[in-house]
Each structure stands twice: as C-alpha cells, then as structure tokens.
Design a protein around this ligand. Structure first.
Ligand code: PEP
Ligand code: MN
Length: 333
C-alpha cells in the first residue's frame, strides 16, 4: 500500500506515518516525488488496514499497490527515476554510454581503451576485475590488481567506473573502487549479494538473468531497493532462447515493458546479447530507438588477443562509428 501525503504535509507528519506503520509491524519507506511525498508500506504479507493511517494529519489517501514489487513499481513512484553518478545522469533523456573491455588485462590495455572511448563520448569505463567465467580454466580476472588499474583509469581519464562484484567476498573491495557496482546475469538471484548491494552507497547495474522473466528481474531489483539503495539501473543483456545464431537473444521488448511497470532506468548490453561484434551497432540502434537510457558495450584495442569475449568486442573504429550513429539518432529522441 502507498500512503500519499498531502502537498503541504510536514516532515513531522511523514515521520509520524512511518512510526505508525512500524507499530503495525511493517516498514514505511518515504518516496519523495516532484509534487508530494508518499510512504510505501513494505513487509506486509496481505492487505493492510488503512483506517488508522487515513485518520492521521497530512495523509491524503491510501492506494493499494497491485504489483509484488513495491519500491521498484511505477505505482509507488510515477515519475521516471534519474540516477546521478558523479556528474552524469542516467535516465534523463541523453543515452549514457558505458564502454570498455570485458576484462581488465593490464594497465596499458585499460588506459589505451579508456582514453579512446572517452575521446569518442563514453562517460563510464567498463572492465571486469573479477570475472564470472563459465569454465574454471578460463581467465578469471586480475582481481585486486585489476581494481587498482581501474582506479588509475578514473584518475587519469576522469571516466566513471563500472565493474562487477561476483560474490559477497569481493563486493567490499569492488565498491571501494567502483562508481557503479555491476551484478552480473549469473548472480541476478544471488539474494545475499543483492541485499549487500542494497546496503552499498554505490549505484548498481543489475543485469537480467539469462532465463529471468521481467517480474523476476524486478523482484531482484526490489531486494536491492528494500535495503535502502535507490540507485538501481537495470541492464538487458539477452536471454536464452532456442535461437542459436547469436550468443543470447536480445529482448528489446523488455525496455518498453520495464518502462511501463517500473520507474527505474534501463540500459542495454548488445555485446553479451549478440556474442559477435558485427551485430553490436545495429542492436545498439534498436536499443536507443526503443527507449534505452544507455548502453554497456565491450570495446578492445586488440580483440584477437583479448583474454575474454574478443569476438564480441568492437574494434576502436567501430566504437567511433557507433557513437556517430547514436549522435544521429538523438534528433529523434
Ligand atoms: C560482463 O558484463 O562482463 C558480463 C559477464 O556480463 P553478463 O553478466 O551479462 O554475462
Ligand atoms: Mn564479457
């Protein structure tokens, strides 16, 4: 249930409502909006008796929330959320481009790619220090050393950093160096990791699980938000289908679906969706056209020798071309 406060309700009245909700055995989370504040009730297993709350000063109305995800739902937060990280805004209309290699391989590799993508308009550098690999024998990432390299990339280029935490053991180290913590597709339902990310003060990119429905994905985002972290960015990265011509099948319909039911921004990763670099530009165009708030793209200075995901990594000149195409598309947004 959403308790909507009157436009002129005071902070003390909002706090009194939260207190009353606590007495009823639930939690009240304030949802500040452009016009007025509302308090979302979470933790209830069934319908909430609204009479006591409706009688309180400053309360306008109580609206039942029909979705199982509350904080993530547009029902509780009708305006689209804009997430600020450093000086960038995700969800504000301008697509935000996050680009870089699949994995941080060396300082030279990371800095070369970072300088290039920055020069062409990327705002965030991506690169895994901890890599979730299908095979235990594949390159697992440089770990702590990779994080140090990312730190240097931030200092030298001014780019923000998004990098993945693969388990609750490395989340603490990752959040020290990252501006945005990535939770990967394989971990979308790792509930202890989601809860920990919810306690972080860093923004989170939550990738869609390979076989996750939209509702399951949004419930995963709810885990993070229910712990207090409101800065969740959803990332569609392709799902498993019978179609085997691409690594995964990019579900572009997820973007309008999410926009309908949730206020959270959603970005698209065309690289892991396609698994091949020649599809990345067309899929990116599609993503921007259907309303994605940004892209997460793999780029490598020497894809043939990349330690992971070389076949889907753009050559630098292809990234430059992608950025030109996005610039062209902006006039239609
Ligand atoms: C990644 O972005 O490097 C990654 C491993 O992605 P995903 O979790 O989508 O497979
Ligand atoms: Mn990758």
């Amino acid at each position: 249930m959403l308790v909507v406060m009157k436009n002129d309700a005071t902070e003390a009245q909002v706090q009194a409502v939260i207190q009353q909700i606590r007495k009823m055995g639930y939690r009240g989370v304030p949802m500040p909006g452009a016009q007025r504040t509302a308090v979302c009730i979470i933790g209830n297993k069934g319908p909430v008796e609204a009479a006591l709350l409706l009688a309180m000063d400053g309360v306008k109305e109580a609206i039942p929330v029909t979705k199982p995800f509350k904080l993530v739902s547009r029902e509780t937060h009708p305006e689209s959320t804009v997430i600020s990280v450093g000086d960038i805004k995700i969800g504000a209309g301008e697509p935000v481009i996050m680009a870089g290699p699949c994995a941080v391989e060396s300082e030279e590799q990371a800095l070369t790619i970072a300088n290039f993508v920055k020069q062409h308009g990327a705002k965030v550098f991506r690169g895994g220090a901890f890599k979730p690999r299908t095979s235990p024998y594949s390159f697992q990432g440089l770990g702590q050393e990779g994080l140090k390299i990312l730190d240097k990339v931030r200092r030298e280029t001014g780019l923000l950093i998004v990098t993945e935490a693969t388990d609750h053991e490395n989340l603490g180290a990752v959040e020290k160096y990252a501006d945005i913590v990535q939770i990967g597709a394989r971990n979308m339902q790792n509930y202890s990791l989601l809860r920990l990310a919810g306690q972080s003060n860093k923004a989170v990119v939550l990738k869609r699980g390979m076989a996750a429905t939209i509702d399951e994905w949004l419930m995963a985002a709810e885990y993070i938000m229910s712990e207090g972290n409101r800065r969740v960015i959803l990332c569609e990265r392709g799902i498993r289908t019978f179609s085997d011509n691409t690594r995964n099948t990019l579900d572009l319909s997820a973007i309008p679906s999410i926009k309908e039911v949730s206020h959270l921004p959603v970005i698209v990763d065309p690289s892991h969706a396609a698994g091949r670099r020649d599809y990345v530009i067309p899929l990116s165009r599609g993503a921007i056209a259907v309303g994605a708030d940004g892209l997460l793209v793999e780029v490598h200075n020497d894809p043939a020798h990349a330690l992971s995901d070389g076949t889907q990594s753009l050559y630098p000149n292809q990234f430059a071309e992608l950025m030109k195409e996005i610039e062209r598309l902006k006039q239609y947004l």
